[in-house]
Structures are given as structure tokens and as C-alpha cells.
Design a binder for this molecule. Sequence first.
Ligand code: HEM
Length: 207
Amino acid sequence: MNVIADSAVDAPLSARLKQQTHAIHDSLDSRISGLAPFLDRQHYVRFLRVQLRFQTATALLYEDATLQARFQGLLERSRLDLIEQDCRDLGVSEADIAADRAAGEAAVIGEGVAAVGWLYTNEGSNLGAAFLFKRAQQELQLSAEFGARHLAGHPDGRGLHWKRFKAQLDELDLNAAEIDQAVAGAVAAFALVRAAVEQLMGDVAET
Ligand code: HEM
């Protein structure tokens, strides 16, 4: 019996998603931190390329009319343009940008409301980015105008921006099967990022 899942039966969707991805998040967080993305700009660029893959994978969701109807202001939340600019700021080659775009575009989002889970993972990653943004500023002299645009908070405040998204998530009226699909989507999004981390940041000796 899965005690955690049973106790969460009536929990809001946002809480369920958080609970079901908590362990994967922690593992990803430690893995990325262990790969020293802020050691120097060369290390940071590898992290940027991971983010480019992820933002490309999710970009079409932000343009989707059905999702836009459920999540007001969705299109403005997309960070694809910002991450591309960050990559160009730091001299990522056009060939590498194209390769990461292609890798992101190959992502399979999954059925039904899986897309909602992908959005959760991406929007949540912006909340956690507060700490990363600070480090990019302090250790690499980057900013919301150069190199760390995609990590910057929303002008209304990072917390409020996230709270609005969470409220929209929790207003969705999903049945049990749909909740499972959303969780699977969130997990798949984390898996894409983890795979990109291993591919682009894991073998530091190679670059
Ligand atoms: C070194 C890398 C990372 C660190 C240090 C980190 C740290 C954090 C922190 C501190 C929070 C909580 C923020 C708050 O409650 O105010 C958070 C939330 C979150 N992060 Fe990360 N994170 C990292 C990477 C990622 C990545 C790569 C993703 C996605 C692929 C991600 C997805 C999320 C999500 C979905 C949440 C929201 C959790 C919730 O409240 O439901 N994080 N992160």
C-alpha cells in the first residue's frame, strides 16, 4: 500500500505534483549542484544548454490554445526567447543552439493532461531559480540583461507569479486518471532535464 499517495487523495493538484516529484527534484538539484554550474562561465554554459533543451521541449505548450484557456497569461510565461538570448550572450555556437533545439523538439509530451505536468515542472523551476540567479549574478557577473535572463524573477515578484500559476493548476477539475497523467508529465519533464544534464554537463572532462 502506498501510504503517501493514499494520504494525498484530497490534496490540491499542485501539492500532489510537488509530493510526487519531491525525490526526483532533490536528486536533480544535488546532481546539478555537484557539477558546479557556477564555477566559471564555461561550466555555466553547459547548464544553459540544458535549459535551452527544456525550454524548447515545453515552448509549444505555452502556445497551445487549449492550455491558454486554462492558464491565463500562459504565453507570457514562456522563457524560450530569454534562454536563447542567454546562450547567444555567452557565445554558444549556432550549431549547438540548433542541436539543443532539435533535442528539445524531439521530446514526447504524452497523452491527455500530461502537458499540465510539464508546465508545473517548468514553472516550478523558475521559483527555485531565485537562488541560481543570485549565484549567477554574484559569481559570474551575469544579470537579467545579460546571460541570466531566463533565471530572473517576474516583475510582479517570483512568489506571486508562482502563486498565480498554482491557483490555476488547482482550479483544474481533473479525475483520477487525469491526475496520473499530469504526474507522469511532470516526472517526464524532470527526466528530460536529468538526461540533458548527464549528456551536457556530466562529462566535464570532454570539453
Ligand atoms: C541546482 C539546481 C536547483 C536548485 C538549487 C533548486 C532549488 C529549488 C528550491 C529552493 C525550490 C523551492 C523554492 C521555494 O519554495 O521558494 C525549488 C522549487 C522547484 N524546483 Fe528546483 N532547483 C533546482 C533545479 C530545478 C530544475 C532543473 C527543475 C526542473 C526541471 C526544478 C523544478 C522545481 C519545481 C517544479 C519546484 C516547485 C516545487 C513546488 O513547490 O511545487 N528545479 N527548487
